[in-house]
Design a binder for this molecule. Structure first.
Ligand code: C5P
Ligand code: MG
Length: 164
């Protein structure tokens, strides 16, 4: 699994990792965005949640990830942007009965993340300064506890700034 704040380079580096190591790449954000354009019953709820920078309920996101895992010939997965919260993590572990082998975390300075998101021009409705501020708050409040959890489990591999 690969974790990091908005604009920390998860998608970019996943593409490179996959090329070298042959995983199947699953991006939770991409799967959710695909669901929005596929006229799914959850489309409006997902779009509203993304626009507010909040986290989509795990029941929806885990289902999308599992659907991709089950339909893939590859059995090595690189999951990017998930779990984003303890709720995400616990739901995934409960439903799959498994934990990630390895968690990569991009520890990127906030100002760098903001700069990168504002300059990437991918037409995303959440790449504006107001939503980015919300995403950073949600990242700190909900995603960092997941990072701490994996650190305690000895699974976390941090890239970027080192404290202590
Ligand atoms: O990872 P990415 O930046 O593409 O995610 C975009 C948005 O998708 C997040 O800000 C969040 O609203 C939603 N998301 C989510 N749950 C996840 C991953 C992404 O709700 N596990
Ligand atoms: Mg991404």
């Amino acid at each position: 699994m690969l974790s990091g704040g908005p604009g920390s380079g998860k998608g970019t580096q996943c593409a490179r990792i996959v090329e070298t190591f042959g995983f199947k790449h699953l991006s939770a954000g991409d799967l959710l965005r695909k669901e929005v354009v596929s006229a799914s019953e959850y489309g409006t709820m997902i779009l509203d949640t993304i626009r507010e920078g909040r986290i989509v309920p795990s029941a929806v996101t885990v289902k999308l990830i599992l659907r991709e895992m089950e339909s893939s010939d590859n059995h090595k997965f690189l999951i990017d942007g998930f779990p984003r919260s303890e709720e995400n993590r616990i739901a995934f572990e409960r439903i799959t009965g498994s934990e990630p082998d390895f968690v990569l975390f991009f520890d990127c300075p906030e100002e760098e993340m903001v700069k990168r998101v504002l300059s990437r021009n991918q037409g995303r409705i959440d790449d504006n300064i107001d939503t980015i501020k919300k995403r950073l708050k949600v990242f700190e409040a909900l995603n960092l506890p997941v990072v701490d959890h994996y650190e305690k489990r000895g699974k976390l591999h941090r890239v970027g700034k080192f404290t202590s």
